[in-house]
Design a protein around this ligand. Structure first.
Ligand SMILES: [Zn+2]
Length: 142
């Protein structure tokens, strides 16, 4: 079977494809991480290999606390791409001063509330074309 990048909804996470591979490696280990600019020390979200504030391309990896609160959310019940189960809860989580757009899993959508405590719960998705596991950030109720 051939691989068609245009129909793959997930990022190519391996070190061959992204300088931000470390983000996915830490996610596979259950940790949500981001970059801190080595020049101006600004914490970025999403992780960046290049600082938009000072122009540096040097950065360090920083693990976030893994626990946050729901700042906003919405529930998608229709129109999900093939292969995605619904309803799907999208959230903006406040975590370590950042606002992280992600999905909420393991929850009944009607019970979700602003201010609710959540914790990082990485979600394994389809393997990449070389058979490597892939992960996306997700949260579940704390
Ligand atoms: Zn910077």
């Amino acid at each position: 079977m051939s691989y068609f990048r245009a129909t793959d909804p997930f990022p190519l996470e391996s070190a061959d494809h992204t300088r931000l591979h470390e983000f996915y490696a830490r996610l596979a280990a259950g940790r949500l991480a981001t970059t801190r600019c080595a020049g101006c020390r600004r914490l970025a979200w999403p992780p960046r290999a290049f600082c938009g504030a000072c122009g540096s391309d040097q950065f360090d990896w920083v693990d976030l606390s893994g626990e946050g609160t729901i700042h906003a959310f919405t529930v998608q019940e229709a129109g999900l791409p093939t292969g995605f189960e619904g309803p799907r809860v999208f959230v903006i989580v406040k975590i370590d001063g950042l606002r992280v757009f992600s999905i909420l899993v393991g929850v009944e959508p009607a019970t979700v509330a602003i201010g609710q405590a959540v914790r990082v719960s990485p979600l394994r998705v389809a393997d990449d074309p070389n058979g490597n596991a892939r992960w996306l950030p997700a949260f579940r109720p704390a």
